[in-house]
Design a protein around this ligand. Structure first.
Ligand code: PLP
Length: 460
């Protein structure tokens, strides 16, 4: 085995090379000059390992490693497929067996008439594809004026040019000079805890849905192409809408003949305890985008799933679809995704969330609502948001600049737990294979971390 000196030298080399040559996503490059990057180099089950630490990853990577880390079945499928056919493209009418099987499998699982699948490599690309095909759809239907996309505050749909414009985060369009005006209209998020005031969740959910209709009437329905939305807004706070919200949003879209796109990149493939969050919330989209849980993050792969009505319009004219990626329907990625779906089914991981570990996770995590720093714990299946409050009664928040969520996140990390601070809220989306003992560890570590930061805030 390598000596401790050799291990230290190897780590230092990786950090040096990385600091000099690697530009990281969502990272301040200056910060990496001051402090070296953390080197993660192993993962198993619900744990990630690096630099001598073993951390319980209650974020499943970035909400993707649903079947858990280090499953040999997926490695074997990847190796076999690479040996059989490492790559061939899917342009100009060529396919490969796992791609066809996976498209059919997704269509069988997807709700309603979502039966036609386009493959891409990331959630951003799936959403970008949706935007292009929506424009094509309305041109084919003789309504080229329908170009405006309605999105929401706190939305996250990706980091390509068009998807950045959809995001509720102005930080993702402003610095790059990406224009939203004329392309995207943002409306309020169904974020009851922060914006519900005296309304019941039920009343607020209806009002938040009506904000979409008001925007449609303001800009003119004849100009609106689609409403783009995550069933649960995960990235910016695990915002779970009241039950009254989704059926009403769907009705508004139907009334004005506007397409409804469900971005199920995080919620798809079981996270809420049903295969798709559309089933959890009782609505049906015309288009659905998927990524992360499709391969549990073992391969970069994503999908846009279209309704029959939508794909019929796209296919009604004999014209080449001028869109695609070299690695769309990659045989290795599609084979790995198929195996991942097989594991989810054979191990009944989705029903386990509905019937067993999901309710346990919710029951244990909501005990944290007793904590003086916690305003609300919201849970759906294995996705949760813990709202940090300065004053529980009035739901007042700490100034975001104070970074209380970051402090609690760091205190949790010091106890071996990864959660995701997202601006006065901590987000959790653990792997589906998480055990009850691991849930207990999460709750205990969070309680201690919250105590530590609460004591420090009281003393300051
Ligand atoms: N849509 C949602 C809801 C997401 O959470 C994300 C990523 O976090 C994306 C789209 C973008 O996916 P990707 O990072 O694979 O491009």
């Amino acid at each position: 085995p390598p000596t401790p000196e050799a291990l230290r030298a190897a780590l230092a080399r990786v950090q040096r090379l990385d600091q000099r040559h690697h530009m990281h996503p969502f990272t301040d490059p200056r910060a990496l000059v001051q402090a070296p990057p953390f080197v993660m180099d192993a993962a198993q089950g619900c744990y990630v390992m690096g630099q001598g630490l073993r951390l319980l990853d209650a974020m499943a990577g970035l909400g993707c490693v649903n079947i858990g880390y280090g499953r040999p079945e997926l490695a074997e499928v990847a190796a076999e497929t690479m040996k059989q056919m490492s790559f061939y493209h899917s342009f100009a009418g060529v396919t490969n067996p796992p791609a066809a099987e996976l498209a059919a499998r997704i269509a069988a699982l997807a709700p309603g008439a979502l039966n036609r699948v386009f493959f891409a490599n990331s959630g951003s690309e799936a959403n970008e594809t949706a935007i292009k095909l929506i424009n094509l759809y309305w041109r084919r239907r003789g309504q080229p004026g329908r170009r405006l996309l309605i999105s929401r505050d706190f939305a996250y749909h990706g980091s390509t040019v068009a998807t950045s414009a959809l995001n509720g985060l102005t930080a993702m369009h402003k610095p790059f000079g990406i224009r939203t005006v004329g392309h995207v209209a943002h409306v309020a998020s169904p974020f009851w805890y922060r914006f519900g005031g005296d309304l019941t969740p039920e009343e607020f959910g209806k009002r938040a849905a009506d904000a979409i209709e008001h925007k449609i009437m303001e800009v003119g329905p004849q100009n609106v192409a689609a409403v783009f939305a995550e069933p649960i807004q995960c990235t910016l706070g695990a915002i779970i809408p009241p039950e009254s919200y989704w059926p009403r949003v769907e009705a508004i879209c139907r009334k004005h003949e506007i397409l409804l796109v469900a971005d199920e990149v995080v919620t798809g493939f079981g996270r809420t305890g049903r295969w798709f969050a559309q089933e959890t919330f009782g609505f049906q989209a015309d288009l659905m985008t998927l990524a992360k849980g499709l391969s549990s993050g073992y391969q970069p792969i994503s999908a846009l799933v279209m309704s029959d009505d939508f794909s019929d319009v796209i296919g009604e004219q004999s014209e080449v679809l001028q869109h695609g990626f070299t690695t769309s329907a990659h045989p290795v990625a599609t084979a790995v995704a198929l195996k991942n779906l097989q594991i989810l089914e054979e191990e009944k991981l989705v029903t386990r969330i509905a019937d067993d570990i999901g309710p346990y996770f919710a029951a244990r995590l909501t005990t944290l609502e007793q904590h003086p720093l916690v305003g609300e714990v919201r849970v759906s299946g294995l996705i949760a948001g813990i709202e940090i409050a300065e004053d529980k009664a009035s739901r007042r928040q700490y100034p975001v600049d104070l970074g209380v969520d970051q402090l609690v996140g760091q205190a949790a990390l010091a106890r071996g737990l990864i959660v995701r601070p997202a601006g006065n809220v901590l987000v959790l989306c653990p792997p589906f294979v998480i055990s009850r003992a691991e849930v207990d560890f999460i709750v205990d570590a969070l309680a201690e971390a919250l105590d530590q930061i609460h004591t420090a805030l009281m003393a300051s």
